[in-house]
Design a binder for this molecule. Structure first.
Ligand SMILES: [Cu+2]
Length: 382
Protein backbone atom coordinates (compact mmCIF):
# COMPACT_ATOMS: atom_id res chain seq x y z
CA UNK A 1 0.00 0.00 0.00
CA UNK A 2 2.36 2.66 -1.23
CA UNK A 3 -0.21 5.38 -0.72
CA UNK A 4 -0.23 4.73 2.99
CA UNK A 5 3.49 5.32 3.20
CA UNK A 6 3.77 8.24 0.89
CA UNK A 7 5.97 10.39 3.11
CA UNK A 8 8.66 7.76 3.30
CA UNK A 9 12.00 8.55 1.77
CA UNK A 10 12.42 6.88 -1.62
CA UNK A 11 15.91 5.85 -0.56
CA UNK A 12 16.34 2.13 0.08
CA UNK A 13 15.64 1.17 3.63
CA UNK A 14 17.88 -0.73 5.89
CA UNK A 15 16.44 -4.05 5.02
CA UNK A 16 13.23 -4.43 6.95
CA UNK A 17 11.03 -4.06 3.93
CA UNK A 18 13.41 -5.92 1.65
CA UNK A 19 12.15 -9.43 1.38
CA UNK A 20 14.54 -10.73 -1.22
CA UNK A 21 16.00 -14.00 -0.11
CA UNK A 22 19.56 -13.07 -0.95
CA UNK A 23 19.61 -10.00 1.26
CA UNK A 24 17.65 -11.81 3.90
CA UNK A 25 20.23 -14.54 4.25
CA UNK A 26 23.11 -12.11 4.19
CA UNK A 27 21.55 -9.89 6.79
CA UNK A 28 20.53 -12.70 9.11
CA UNK A 29 24.07 -13.80 9.76
CA UNK A 30 24.86 -10.28 10.88
CA UNK A 31 21.69 -9.84 12.82
CA UNK A 32 22.16 -12.62 15.22
CA UNK A 33 25.30 -11.15 16.68
CA UNK A 34 23.70 -8.01 17.79
CA UNK A 35 20.42 -8.95 19.15
CA UNK A 36 19.87 -12.14 20.92
CA UNK A 37 22.99 -12.68 22.90
CA UNK A 38 22.06 -15.39 25.30
CA UNK A 39 22.74 -15.19 28.97
CA UNK A 40 25.75 -16.78 30.55
CA UNK A 41 26.03 -20.41 31.49
CA UNK A 42 25.39 -19.42 35.09
CA UNK A 43 21.77 -18.80 34.25
CA UNK A 44 21.44 -22.10 32.46
CA UNK A 45 20.75 -20.40 29.16
CA UNK A 46 21.79 -21.66 25.77
CA UNK A 47 24.87 -20.88 23.73
CA UNK A 48 25.79 -17.50 22.42
CA UNK A 49 24.80 -16.51 18.95
CA UNK A 50 27.80 -16.49 16.69
CA UNK A 51 29.08 -13.52 14.78
CA UNK A 52 30.46 -15.75 12.09
CA UNK A 53 29.22 -18.65 10.11
CA UNK A 54 26.67 -18.79 7.39
CA UNK A 55 23.04 -19.58 7.40
CA UNK A 56 22.50 -22.53 5.16
CA UNK A 57 20.03 -25.31 5.44
CA UNK A 58 17.83 -24.78 8.45
CA UNK A 59 17.65 -27.60 10.95
CA UNK A 60 14.25 -28.93 11.77
CA UNK A 61 12.22 -26.50 13.81
CA UNK A 62 12.09 -28.93 16.67
CA UNK A 63 15.87 -28.70 17.10
CA UNK A 64 15.50 -25.05 17.93
CA UNK A 65 12.33 -24.96 19.91
CA UNK A 66 12.24 -28.37 21.57
CA UNK A 67 13.01 -26.98 25.01
CA UNK A 68 10.55 -24.15 24.73
CA UNK A 69 7.08 -24.23 26.22
CA UNK A 70 4.16 -24.32 23.82
CA UNK A 71 0.42 -24.74 23.91
CA UNK A 72 -0.43 -22.06 26.46
CA UNK A 73 -3.68 -20.14 26.08
CA UNK A 74 -3.40 -17.39 23.46
CA UNK A 75 -2.81 -13.94 24.93
CA UNK A 76 -3.22 -10.64 23.16
CA UNK A 77 -0.24 -8.28 23.34
CA UNK A 78 -0.03 -5.91 26.31
CA UNK A 79 -1.94 -2.65 26.01
CA UNK A 80 -0.19 0.70 26.07
CA UNK A 81 -1.08 2.98 28.93
CA UNK A 82 -2.80 5.83 27.10
CA UNK A 83 -3.51 8.78 29.38
CA UNK A 84 -5.43 11.93 28.54
CA UNK A 85 -3.36 15.02 29.26
CA UNK A 86 -4.67 18.36 30.50
CA UNK A 87 -4.98 19.60 26.94
CA UNK A 88 -7.03 16.57 25.92
CA UNK A 89 -4.22 14.94 24.00
CA UNK A 90 -3.55 11.30 24.60
CA UNK A 91 -0.07 10.62 25.88
CA UNK A 92 1.94 7.44 25.94
CA UNK A 93 5.54 6.87 26.97
CA UNK A 94 7.72 4.33 25.23
CA UNK A 95 10.83 3.51 27.24
CA UNK A 96 13.37 1.87 24.91
CA UNK A 97 15.90 -0.23 26.78
CA UNK A 98 17.92 -3.40 26.65
CA UNK A 99 15.70 -6.13 28.02
CA UNK A 100 15.98 -9.72 29.11
CA UNK A 101 13.01 -11.61 27.73
CA UNK A 102 11.51 -14.95 28.59
CA UNK A 103 10.28 -16.26 25.25
CA UNK A 104 8.33 -19.44 25.83
CA UNK A 105 10.82 -20.44 28.49
CA UNK A 106 13.94 -19.38 26.61
CA UNK A 107 15.90 -16.48 28.06
CA UNK A 108 17.22 -14.01 25.53
CA UNK A 109 18.46 -10.44 25.50
CA UNK A 110 16.92 -7.93 23.14
CA UNK A 111 15.47 -4.46 23.17
CA UNK A 112 11.98 -3.38 24.18
CA UNK A 113 9.56 -0.56 24.50
CA UNK A 114 8.40 -0.82 28.13
CA UNK A 115 9.74 -4.28 28.77
CA UNK A 116 7.81 -6.66 26.54
CA UNK A 117 9.15 -8.43 23.43
CA UNK A 118 5.92 -7.51 21.66
CA UNK A 119 5.56 -3.79 22.27
CA UNK A 120 2.37 -2.53 23.91
CA UNK A 121 -0.58 -1.97 21.58
CA UNK A 122 -1.23 1.73 21.00
CA UNK A 123 -4.87 2.63 20.29
CA UNK A 124 -6.55 5.89 19.40
CA UNK A 125 -9.47 7.10 17.32
CA UNK A 126 -9.57 9.15 14.13
CA UNK A 127 -9.30 12.82 15.04
CA UNK A 128 -7.15 12.17 18.10
CA UNK A 129 -4.00 14.07 18.98
CA UNK A 130 -1.43 11.80 20.50
CA UNK A 131 1.88 12.59 22.15
CA UNK A 132 4.22 9.64 21.98
CA UNK A 133 7.17 10.24 24.28
CA UNK A 134 10.17 8.12 23.38
CA UNK A 135 12.73 7.80 26.16
CA UNK A 136 15.93 6.23 24.93
CA UNK A 137 17.65 4.17 27.59
CA UNK A 138 19.44 2.11 24.95
CA UNK A 139 23.20 2.54 24.60
CA UNK A 140 22.60 3.36 20.92
CA UNK A 141 20.50 5.85 19.00
CA UNK A 142 16.92 4.99 18.13
CA UNK A 143 13.61 6.44 17.04
CA UNK A 144 10.04 5.33 16.48
CA UNK A 145 8.04 5.26 13.27
CA UNK A 146 4.26 4.94 12.89
CA UNK A 147 3.94 2.69 9.89
CA UNK A 148 1.17 3.63 7.50
CA UNK A 149 -0.44 6.44 9.51
CA UNK A 150 -1.75 9.32 7.47
CA UNK A 151 0.30 12.14 8.97
CA UNK A 152 1.31 15.52 7.67
CA UNK A 153 4.77 15.05 6.17
CA UNK A 154 5.63 18.63 7.12
CA UNK A 155 5.48 18.14 10.86
CA UNK A 156 8.06 15.38 11.22
CA UNK A 157 5.82 13.29 13.46
CA UNK A 158 6.46 10.26 11.30
CA UNK A 159 9.90 11.24 10.13
CA UNK A 160 12.29 8.33 10.39
CA UNK A 161 15.26 10.70 10.26
CA UNK A 162 14.37 12.12 13.65
CA UNK A 163 16.89 10.34 15.81
CA UNK A 164 17.05 10.11 19.59
CA UNK A 165 20.54 9.82 21.07
CA UNK A 166 21.28 7.51 23.99
CA UNK A 167 19.86 9.12 27.11
CA UNK A 168 17.65 11.41 25.05
CA UNK A 169 13.91 11.92 24.89
CA UNK A 170 11.74 12.99 21.99
CA UNK A 171 8.00 13.56 21.84
CA UNK A 172 6.19 12.82 18.62
CA UNK A 173 2.99 14.80 18.31
CA UNK A 174 0.59 12.89 16.09
CA UNK A 175 -2.33 14.81 14.61
CA UNK A 176 -4.65 12.10 13.37
CA UNK A 177 -7.08 13.29 10.69
CA UNK A 178 -10.76 12.95 11.52
CA UNK A 179 -11.20 10.88 8.37
CA UNK A 180 -8.28 8.57 9.11
CA UNK A 181 -9.07 4.97 8.09
CA UNK A 182 -9.89 2.63 10.96
CA UNK A 183 -7.73 -0.42 11.01
CA UNK A 184 -4.53 -2.15 12.00
CA UNK A 185 -1.13 -0.54 11.71
CA UNK A 186 2.16 -1.05 13.49
CA UNK A 187 4.99 0.99 14.91
CA UNK A 188 8.65 0.22 15.11
CA UNK A 189 12.15 1.55 15.42
CA UNK A 190 13.18 3.15 12.18
CA UNK A 191 16.67 4.14 13.25
CA UNK A 192 18.41 5.23 10.10
CA UNK A 193 20.23 8.19 8.61
CA UNK A 194 23.59 9.62 9.53
CA UNK A 195 22.95 9.83 13.27
CA UNK A 196 20.95 6.67 13.70
CA UNK A 197 22.42 4.20 11.23
CA UNK A 198 23.55 0.73 12.16
CA UNK A 199 27.05 0.56 13.50
CA UNK A 200 29.26 -2.46 13.90
CA UNK A 201 28.53 -4.96 16.59
CA UNK A 202 25.72 -3.34 18.49
CA UNK A 203 21.95 -3.27 18.48
CA UNK A 204 21.68 -0.28 16.22
CA UNK A 205 19.87 0.40 12.98
CA UNK A 206 16.32 -0.34 11.90
CA UNK A 207 16.65 -4.00 11.11
CA UNK A 208 18.56 -4.94 14.24
CA UNK A 209 16.23 -3.01 16.49
CA UNK A 210 13.04 -4.42 14.99
CA UNK A 211 14.55 -7.88 15.22
CA UNK A 212 15.50 -7.22 18.85
CA UNK A 213 11.91 -6.43 19.79
CA UNK A 214 11.16 -2.80 18.98
CA UNK A 215 7.84 -3.24 17.18
CA UNK A 216 4.20 -3.51 18.10
CA UNK A 217 0.60 -2.93 17.04
CA UNK A 218 -1.08 0.38 16.47
CA UNK A 219 -4.86 0.26 16.10
CA UNK A 220 -6.86 3.19 14.84
CA UNK A 221 -10.51 3.19 15.87
CA UNK A 222 -12.24 -0.15 15.69
CA UNK A 223 -13.01 -1.52 12.27
CA UNK A 224 -15.65 -3.82 13.73
CA UNK A 225 -17.85 -0.72 13.82
CA UNK A 226 -17.72 -0.68 10.01
CA UNK A 227 -19.20 -4.16 9.77
CA UNK A 228 -22.89 -5.10 9.89
CA UNK A 229 -24.50 -4.82 13.31
CA UNK A 230 -24.23 -8.52 14.06
CA UNK A 231 -20.44 -8.30 13.80
CA UNK A 232 -19.85 -5.29 15.99
CA UNK A 233 -19.44 -7.20 19.24
CA UNK A 234 -17.41 -10.15 18.05
CA UNK A 235 -14.15 -10.87 19.85
CA UNK A 236 -11.11 -9.26 18.26
CA UNK A 237 -7.58 -10.61 18.73
CA UNK A 238 -4.24 -9.18 17.68
CA UNK A 239 -1.65 -11.58 16.29
CA UNK A 240 1.87 -10.12 16.27
CA UNK A 241 4.04 -12.35 14.12
CA UNK A 242 7.71 -12.03 15.08
CA UNK A 243 10.50 -14.53 14.89
CA UNK A 244 13.73 -14.87 16.78
CA UNK A 245 16.98 -16.67 16.16
CA UNK A 246 19.69 -17.57 18.62
CA UNK A 247 22.58 -18.37 16.32
CA UNK A 248 23.65 -18.09 12.74
CA UNK A 249 23.12 -21.79 12.21
CA UNK A 250 19.90 -22.00 14.20
CA UNK A 251 16.61 -21.94 12.44
CA UNK A 252 14.29 -19.13 13.28
CA UNK A 253 11.44 -19.65 15.72
CA UNK A 254 8.19 -18.04 14.71
CA UNK A 255 6.19 -16.72 17.63
CA UNK A 256 2.72 -15.25 18.00
CA UNK A 257 2.60 -12.47 20.61
CA UNK A 258 5.89 -13.89 21.93
CA UNK A 259 4.16 -17.25 22.53
CA UNK A 260 5.15 -20.51 20.92
CA UNK A 261 2.12 -22.22 19.38
CA UNK A 262 -0.53 -20.71 21.67
CA UNK A 263 -4.07 -22.09 21.66
CA UNK A 264 -6.92 -19.86 20.49
CA UNK A 265 -10.34 -21.01 21.63
CA UNK A 266 -13.61 -20.41 19.83
CA UNK A 267 -17.13 -21.72 20.17
CA UNK A 268 -18.56 -23.69 17.26
CA UNK A 269 -19.80 -21.24 14.58
CA UNK A 270 -18.25 -18.26 16.37
CA UNK A 271 -16.75 -15.50 14.22
CA UNK A 272 -13.75 -13.49 15.44
CA UNK A 273 -11.79 -10.59 14.00
CA UNK A 274 -8.08 -11.36 13.84
CA UNK A 275 -5.69 -8.48 13.38
CA UNK A 276 -2.62 -10.00 11.77
CA UNK A 277 0.67 -8.09 11.73
CA UNK A 278 4.05 -9.23 10.50
CA UNK A 279 6.07 -7.09 12.90
CA UNK A 280 9.31 -8.99 12.34
CA UNK A 281 12.43 -7.62 10.75
CA UNK A 282 12.82 -9.57 7.59
CA UNK A 283 11.00 -12.84 7.02
CA UNK A 284 7.65 -13.44 5.40
CA UNK A 285 4.68 -15.51 6.43
CA UNK A 286 2.47 -17.53 4.13
CA UNK A 287 -0.50 -18.21 6.35
CA UNK A 288 -2.99 -21.00 6.01
CA UNK A 289 -5.29 -22.67 8.50
CA UNK A 290 -6.34 -26.24 7.94
CA UNK A 291 -9.90 -26.42 6.66
CA UNK A 292 -10.42 -22.69 7.12
CA UNK A 293 -10.45 -19.50 5.11
CA UNK A 294 -9.78 -15.87 5.98
CA UNK A 295 -12.33 -13.19 5.11
CA UNK A 296 -10.29 -10.04 4.55
CA UNK A 297 -12.05 -6.91 5.79
CA UNK A 298 -8.97 -4.67 6.01
CA UNK A 299 -5.49 -4.49 4.58
CA UNK A 300 -2.61 -2.32 5.82
CA UNK A 301 -5.02 -0.36 7.98
CA UNK A 302 -7.47 0.43 5.22
CA UNK A 303 -10.94 -1.16 5.25
CA UNK A 304 -11.41 -3.42 2.25
CA UNK A 305 -13.56 -1.96 -0.51
CA UNK A 306 -14.46 -5.48 -1.58
CA UNK A 307 -14.45 -8.12 1.10
CA UNK A 308 -12.79 -11.29 -0.12
CA UNK A 309 -12.33 -14.75 1.31
CA UNK A 310 -9.04 -16.52 0.70
CA UNK A 311 -7.27 -19.64 1.84
CA UNK A 312 -3.77 -18.15 1.95
CA UNK A 313 -2.46 -14.82 3.16
CA UNK A 314 1.06 -13.71 2.39
CA UNK A 315 2.51 -11.26 4.88
CA UNK A 316 5.83 -9.71 4.01
CA UNK A 317 7.46 -7.74 6.85
CA UNK A 318 5.23 -4.82 7.74
CA UNK A 319 2.09 -6.35 6.24
CA UNK A 320 -1.20 -6.12 8.13
CA UNK A 321 -4.51 -7.87 7.48
CA UNK A 322 -7.78 -7.68 9.36
CA UNK A 323 -9.63 -10.94 8.78
CA UNK A 324 -12.77 -12.63 9.98
CA UNK A 325 -12.43 -16.26 10.96
CA UNK A 326 -15.53 -18.38 11.55
CA UNK A 327 -15.17 -21.57 13.54
CA UNK A 328 -16.52 -24.79 12.18
CA UNK A 329 -19.86 -25.91 13.52
CA UNK A 330 -18.47 -28.94 15.31
CA UNK A 331 -15.73 -29.22 17.94
CA UNK A 332 -12.22 -29.85 16.71
CA UNK A 333 -8.80 -28.33 16.24
CA UNK A 334 -6.91 -26.75 13.38
CA UNK A 335 -3.41 -25.36 12.96
CA UNK A 336 -2.62 -21.87 11.83
CA UNK A 337 0.60 -22.38 9.94
CA UNK A 338 3.16 -20.63 7.80
CA UNK A 339 4.05 -22.72 4.80
CA UNK A 340 7.26 -22.45 2.85
CA UNK A 341 6.98 -21.07 -0.63
CA UNK A 342 9.06 -20.91 -3.77
CA UNK A 343 11.03 -17.68 -3.76
CA UNK A 344 13.03 -18.30 -6.91
CA UNK A 345 16.18 -20.29 -7.60
CA UNK A 346 17.24 -20.45 -3.95
CA UNK A 347 13.94 -21.87 -2.79
CA UNK A 348 12.86 -21.16 0.77
CA UNK A 349 15.25 -21.96 3.64
CA UNK A 350 12.49 -21.59 6.20
CA UNK A 351 10.53 -24.75 6.88
CA UNK A 352 6.80 -25.00 7.34
CA UNK A 353 5.94 -23.93 10.85
CA UNK A 354 2.88 -24.24 13.03
CA UNK A 355 2.05 -20.90 14.63
CA UNK A 356 -1.07 -21.35 16.72
CA UNK A 357 -3.71 -23.96 17.36
CA UNK A 358 -7.39 -23.24 17.02
CA UNK A 359 -9.45 -25.19 19.51
CA UNK A 360 -13.17 -25.18 18.72
CA UNK A 361 -15.29 -26.42 21.57
CA UNK A 362 -18.00 -25.70 24.06
CA UNK A 363 -21.52 -24.65 23.33
CA UNK A 364 -22.25 -23.69 19.73
CA UNK A 365 -23.41 -20.20 18.91
CA UNK A 366 -25.47 -19.20 15.91
CA UNK A 367 -23.59 -18.46 12.77
CA UNK A 368 -23.57 -14.83 11.72
CA UNK A 369 -25.13 -13.93 8.39
CA UNK A 370 -22.70 -13.89 5.48
CA UNK A 371 -21.26 -10.53 4.64
CA UNK A 372 -22.89 -9.17 1.52
CA UNK A 373 -21.14 -10.22 -1.63
CA UNK A 374 -18.86 -12.68 0.07
CA UNK A 375 -18.54 -16.29 -0.91
CA UNK A 376 -17.31 -17.86 2.29
CA UNK A 377 -17.03 -21.26 0.72
CA UNK A 378 -14.36 -20.10 -1.65
CA UNK A 379 -10.81 -20.79 -0.67
CA UNK A 380 -8.57 -19.33 -3.28
CA UNK A 381 -4.92 -18.56 -3.20
CA UNK A 382 -4.12 -15.03 -2.15
CU1 LIG B 1 7.60 0.70 8.56
Amino acid sequence: MAAAHRWRSPAPENGHHDTSLRSLIASRAVLVITVLAILSAATGAVALASSTGTLNASPAATDQDQRMGSGAPFQDPPEADMAAGSNGDLTVTLDAHDTQFDLAGKTVIGQSYNGSYVAPTIRFDPGAQVDVRLVNHLPVATDVHFHGLHLDPADHSGDEFVCVAPGGTSTYHLVIPANHPQGTYWYHSHAMGANCAASTGSGSGTENQVFAGLSGALIVGDDRTLLPAAYQHIIAHTFILKDFQTGAAATTVRLVNSQLRPVVTMAPNETQLWRLINAGADISYRLRMDGYAFTVVGEDGVPAADVTTVGTLILAPGKCYDVLVTANGTPGTAWLRSTSSANGPLGDPYPDATLAELDVGGRAVSRLPLLTGVSQDTKTEA
